[in-house]
Write a protein that binds this ligand. Structure first.
Ligand code: ARG
Ligand code: GLU
Length: 713
């Protein structure tokens, strides 16, 4: 049976369907499937990818500012990451006069590079499995005692490492606590902006094209790591010098072919590949649709005003993009889970496990009943969290609620107050009270209509009507400090947030009688009392069983090579350059070109405008050495690498370990890969290095940067 299954897969998906990688895979770099990678075409060894004692590729891959990935591409510490990863820094250096977001930025030389206080890059100096040490003595303990001992053991392991001042040791569980790994991390802190294309290249296609293939985005930006004169990490100083890396990636200009071997090296954030069928079914049928529904309402209302009013468009651009990003991803995820029959597959997988090992049955039964019990709470949690996130009047009220709690329990020191002020000021900066009142009114109605009565505060029925909510919210907001309309000692949160917070007693007294706060408190407290605690208690029980289920899957399914779910640690995923067949009679090629940018070109459009100079280069076909055999410059390409959020900016390497692309997205028919990777539909999207170099050279005329790199022709 098993053999037949493998043969059939090999016929349907030759080359893609490898044995270990058939479920996707984000592998710990010290435990690579070297043989399979070589069978798929890799020419280098696993040691060349990760070697703690000799320079290896891992020395060129860093976590960028705690979220994205970046890689070193020159002996002078030149860093490449996505435009959307450097967006905040590019924005901070932008003014109306020097609008780097719109026009791009290119330092003329190293003196022109711009410092970014607070930005960090993390190197992984070493990885060690420490399961035996962390789990020592826990075998026969109950949950609570085991947790305590684990915490103690972790501290012990940590104290056994001698650390330099710039190093830290982080220990993380994988396989739901069945294994533990220690990461030795070195952090550099002087990171300067070197270059970024205009948004009409770096963000071309914006939200419309986000998560979508075919794609034509030059999603890259460049930074440089600086170090002290001993090449060690240091705070920003003009005396710092460019960092000399142990290793940097050669950049390839070779043409790509379908089926070429590739691997992606980076820091994927979070996946859940080993859930029981029932959990996947809940995501697909309940929680994802709930979160989509809330965001849909918010986006529609924002969009109407953003389209009609330029000021609103700018104010809400970044917020809208972030709400839309996961809204769109979840829609793709639900479709993909359905289409790949994730639940059906998981169910039959569970049956096959039980057939081999009857002890798994009670675990799965237990999970089934816990998930069933948790389901109404999970659904309400989804509605609640998304409502508070997207109705900004409630987001603000939530901060003030926490402030009140802290004040009343005597926990308000200066630092906490400063924190509240900074967070709140950040929200007010781009908050349009009138517009948000509409969103809040609608989301409140959605919540009142979609939530079981037992989860609603008393009298909440009256909020079922959107139109009535608008006047109700208006009435409640009129004199409220929360919405910035009421004042404390003559100051509002808009006019002088420092003054509002200066008189703590007045602020507390004011908030306590604020009618908007009363509404929000009843909303929040009934959620906390009826849902949050129940959800968490059940989740704790699920976690215990999930740990067991994970261990049992690994013991029982000997044919499968397991990889741990992503947890923001360094991983390698591999696959092949490949197009796809996402729907009946629809075929996606694996690669796009500049001609495709011009097909999408809408002059003056905020998503699809093309900079004049790029149009010129296209018209004159001034492509130099960057064109491929078609005569055009390749822009983006897809492959079967299993990636997720956090892999943005990750290097894509070829069989020889040369850089061929920069990961930045997935195609949305395959975004269920966070839960159920399917090699037929799951594709990562990368910027071609040819396009990156073309933009640096021909568009930005920044040859000095190319001269630093090692180009492989
Ligand atoms: N979808 C990509 C990711 O999850 C890109 C997001 C940035 N781009 C955008 N248009 N919002 O991060
Ligand atoms: N754009 C995503 C990021 O920021 C990567 C896309 C994905 O989720 O695969 O990490």
């Amino acid at each position: 049976m098993k053999r037949k299954h493998i043969l059939l897969s090999a016929v349907l998906f030759p080359a893609v369907m490898a044995f270990a990688q058939q479920y996707g895979g984000m592998w710990i770099p010290t435990e690579l499937n070297e043989k399979e990678m070589k069978d798929l075409g890799m020419k280098i060894s696993a040691k060349q990818i990760f070697d703690p004692s000799k320079p290896s590729i891992k020395d060129a891959v860093v976590q960028f500012n705690g979220g994205c990935t970046a890689e070193i591409i020159s002996p002078q510490g030149l860093l490449l990451t996505n435009h959307h990863c450097g967006y905040g820094q590019i924005q901070k250096h932008s003014t109306v006069k020097n609008d780097y977001l719109t026009d791009g930025f290119w330092a003329k030389d190293m003196n022109g590079e711009l410092p970014n206080p607070g930005v960090t890059v993390d190197f992984i100096a070493d990885i060690k499995e420490v399961t035996a040490e962390v789990l020592a003595g826990t075998k026969n303990l109950d949950e609570k005692s085991s947790e305590n001992l684990i915490a103690k053991n972790i501290e012990n392991v940590k104290s056994g490492f001698k650390l330099e001042p710039w190093q830290k040791l982080v220990i993380k569980p994988v396989y739901y606590g069945n294994k533990y790994y220690a990461y030795l991390i070195e952090t550099y802190k002087d990171i300067r902006l070197v270059g970024a294309p205009p948004s009409s290249i770096g963000k071309f296609g914006s939200d419309t094209d986000n998560w979508v293939w075919p794609r034509h985005t030059g999603d890259f930006s460049m930074f440089r790591i600086y170090a002290d004169k001993d090449n060690k990490p240091a705070e920003y100083s003009k005396d710092n010098v460019p960092y000399k890396p142990k290793y940097f990636l050669p950049v390839s200009l070779k043409d790509k072919q379908e089926d070429d071997f590739t691997f992606v090296f980076g820091f994927p954030g979070r996946t859940t590949e080993y859930l029981p069928a029932i959990a996947v079914e809940q995501v697909m049928k309940e929680t994802d649709p709930a979160m989509i529904a809330v965001r849909e309402v918010a986006l529609k209302t924002l969009n109407e005003k953003m389209r009609a009013d330029n000021e609103t468009r700018i104010k809400y651009a970044s917020k809208y993009a972030s709400v839309a990003n996961y809204w769109k991803k979840w829609i793709g995820e639900v479709e993909g889970l359905e289409k790949s029959d994730a639940v059906g597959k998981k169910k039959s997988y569970e049956q096959s496990l039980i057939a081999k090992n009857p002890q798994i049955k009670p675990t799965i039964d237990g999970l089934n009943s816990l998930y069933k019990e948790q389901s109404p709470y999970a659904l309400n949690k989804a509605y609640y969290t998304e409502t508070v996130r997207n109705a900004e009047t409630f987001t603000l009220a939530n901060y003030f609620y926490n402030y009140l709690q802290a004040a009343e329990s005597g926990k308000l020191d200066e630092k906490t107050t400063e924190n509240f002020k900074t967070r709140l000021a950040g929200i007010y900066q781009n908050y349009d009270g009138e517009l948000d009142a509409k969103v809040t009114a609608q989301l409140l109605a959605l919540y009142a209509n979609k939530t079981q009565p037992k989860f609603l505060p008393e009298g909440f029925d009256r909020y079922k009507n959107e139109a009535q909510n608008i006047s109700a919210i208006e009435e409640l907001s009129k004199n409220s400090v929360i919405t910035g309309r009421g004042n404390i000692n003559g100051a509002t949160t808009y006019s002088d947030i420092n003054k509002v917070f200066a008189d703590q007693n007045a602020l507390v007294a004011n908030l306590k009688k604020d009618p908007l706060m009363k509404l929000f408190s009843s909303f929040r407290e009934s959620y906390m009392n009826t849902t949050d605690k129940q959800f968490t208690d059940l989740q704790d029980q699920i976690d215990v069983l999930q740990k067991k289920f994970m261990a049992q899957q690994m013991e029982t399914d000997k044919n499968r090579t397991f990889f741990p779910d992503a947890n923001s640690t360094l991983r390698v995923t591999y696959g092949k350059v490949k197009g796809s067949n996402p729907r009946d009679a629809v075929y996606y090629g694996y690669q796009t070109h500049i001609a495709g940018i011009m097909e999408k070109y809408v002059p003056g459009d905020y998503e699809f405008d093309v900079p004049k100079k790029l149009v010129q280069l296209y018209n004159t076909k001034d492509y130099g050495i960057y064109k491929d055999k078609t005569g055009d410059v390749p822009v983006n390409f897809t492959a079967t690498n299993h990636t997720t959020g956090g892999n943005s900016g990750s290097p894509t390497l070829d069989a020889n370990g040369n850089l061929i692309g920069l990961n930045f997205d997935r195609q949305w028919e395959g975004t269920m890969s966070d839960i159920n990777f399917d090699p037929r539909f799951s594709r990562n999207i990368m910027v071609d290095t040819k396009y990156i170099l073309f933009i640096i050279d021909k568009y930005a005329d920044a040859k000095w940067l190319i001269n630093e790199m090692k180009i492989v022709k």
